[in-house]
Design a protein around this ligand. Structure first.
Ligand code: SAH
Length: 449
């Protein structure tokens, strides 16, 4: 076991899924934030366990050519981003490598290369922000959680958000401080304002402001809307009632205080209505490229029925509708299904159907009713597919399965399961939808053997 507080010399050999550097010291894996593969560092051990330890760089003895000066002043403290200390080339390399090694080690593949769709910019790309609100010296402020904690790091200008989002944050905080609106405190479960949630249409520029509150009412609403109306694109203000303990941002009830309660955006040439609760990829440009890759890999023909499981507001489903005979989307969040149906209607798409329910259960039910699917698209949350979903896929026996994933480890697990049930991995690529952050998206196509 390594000794706490002792300083060791170490070479960084790999990265964790959170993007920390990994070094091997006396057979022990040491996790070191802000370290780059190839660097030789003096590392102080902060926490020591039998098989692993956590350390901090004290001095860099051999600096990586990929190390850069951080553009973001709070990057080291803020838990939002992970990679401001390295160039984008190294970030893309490590992300592609993570997808490749997961598919090989967990997925039983033997891939020697992994292409990655690189983002054209690392700046202002996000179309959604969630700022937790806190109080310091009697004044409210908003920012982002420090990694692994619930303390809020203030950041006046976040580099990955469009400036309009920070204007919203500043306007809300100004109102909160002027009218002494109480701020939620996790420990006592008292106070009103919990999170400022902002969504902005990348093409439309429309802004939805949703305040997550521990209550049902907000004081002096006209004063708040007066401030928000000065921000270009502001379209609607919604309260999300969240009186539950825990760290879920949005509650289940939404009260519209100004505007229509949703915004619109254009994606893949289609118009989409977006409610606060509906999922919508945060990186518009890269999402379009990801969906284009999904469409290409699906190889759909006019006589095909396409089933899109975990369809959200119907982005992929509707983008595939023109090429297919029929498309069917399944999604568990009722508001998202409502959005999806409305989105089909507003784009004049008549060959799309949407169902609300658990993807696995709904797919099994559809199969029992005699529905068939030539191609199935799945885009599950991080936990990947459950046993029902895998079973449904096997029963549908589609020609192709296109799997869009936000977690390469669960993707690889599911690829292994599907390979045992007659599906062969035909194509795999990584996509960077979250520049400077550790998450990586990937897309694979599986063909029936
Ligand atoms: N394909 C869509 C959404 C992908 S995100 C897009 O790219 O825009 C994953 C979606 O799965 C979310 O909308 C989430 O609400 C939904 N979801 C989560 N668990 C689910 C389940 N068990 N069954 C069906 N949908 C689920």
């Amino acid at each position: 076991m390594l000794t706490k507080n002792q300083i060791y010399e170490a070479t960084i050999v790999d990265y964790t899924t959170e993007g920390q550097g990994i070094a091997k010291i006396e057979g022990c894996a040491v996790f070191i934030p802000n370290a780059i593969v190839g660097e030789v560092c003096r590392v102080r051990i902060e926490k020591a366990q039998k098989t692993w330890a956590a350390g901090k760089i004290v001095e860099i003895l051999e600096r990586s050519a990929h190390r850069i000066n951080r553009e973001c002043p709070v990057a080291k403290l803020c838990g939002g981003c992970n990679f401001w200390h390295m160039d984008y080339e190294e970030e893309c390399r490590l992300k592609a490598e993570r997808v490749r090694t997961c598919l090989n080690r967990i997925g039983g593949q033997n891939l020697t290369e992994m292409p990655i769709l690189r983002a054209p910019t690392c700046h202002s790309y996000r179309n959604k922000a969630q700022y937790p609100v806190a109080v310091k010296n009697g004044r409210a402020y908003a920012g982002f959680f420090k990694a692994g904690t619930h303390s809020v790091v203030e950041n006046s200008r976040c580099a990955i958000l469009p400036p309009e989002m920070d204007l919203v944050k500043d306007a809300v905080i100004d109102y909160v401080n002027q009218f002494r609106v109480s701020v939620y405190d996790e420990l006592s479960h008292k106070g009103l304002l919990r999170h400022i949630y902002v969504r902005r249409g990348a093409v439309s520029g429309q802004i939805l402001v949703c305040l997550a509150v521990n209550g049902r009412k907000l004081p002096h609403v006209p004063e708040l809307t007066r401030r928000l109306k000065k921000i270009p694109g502001f379209a609607t203000l919604v309260l999300s009632v969240n009186t539950k303990k825990g760290n879920t941002v949005l509650g289940d009830e939404f009260l519209t205080l100004y505007g229509e309660g949703f915004i619109e955006d254009t994606l893949c040439g289609l118009s989409f209505r977006l409610s606060p609760r509906s999922f919508y990829q945060v990186n518009h440009h890269q999402a379009q490229r990801l969906y284009a890759a999904a469409i290409e890999q699906a190889g759909i023909t006019k006589s095909d029925t396409v089933l899109d499981l975990y369809c959200g507001v119907g982005t992929i489903t509707l983008a595939m509708a023109a090429a297919a005979g029929k498309v069917i989307g399944v999604e568990v969040i009722p508001q998202a299904v409502e959005d999806a149906k409305e989105n089909a209607r507003r784009n004049g798409i008549e060959n799309a159907e949407f169902f609300c329910g658990d993807a696995g259960e709904a797919a099994l039910a559809l199969e029992k009713q005699g529905v068939h699917a030539d191609v199935v698209v799945v885009d599950p949350p991080r936990k990947g597919l459950n046993a029902d979903a895998i079973e449904a896929l096997v029963r549908f026996a589609p020609r192709r399965i296109v799997y869009v994933s936000c977690d390469p480890a669960t993707l690889a697990r599911d690829v292994a399961l599907l390979s045992q049930r007659g599906y062969r991995l035909q194509n795999a690529q990584a996509a960077d939808l979250f520049p400077r952050c550790a998450h990586v998206e990937s897309i694979v196509c599986l063909c029936k053997q």
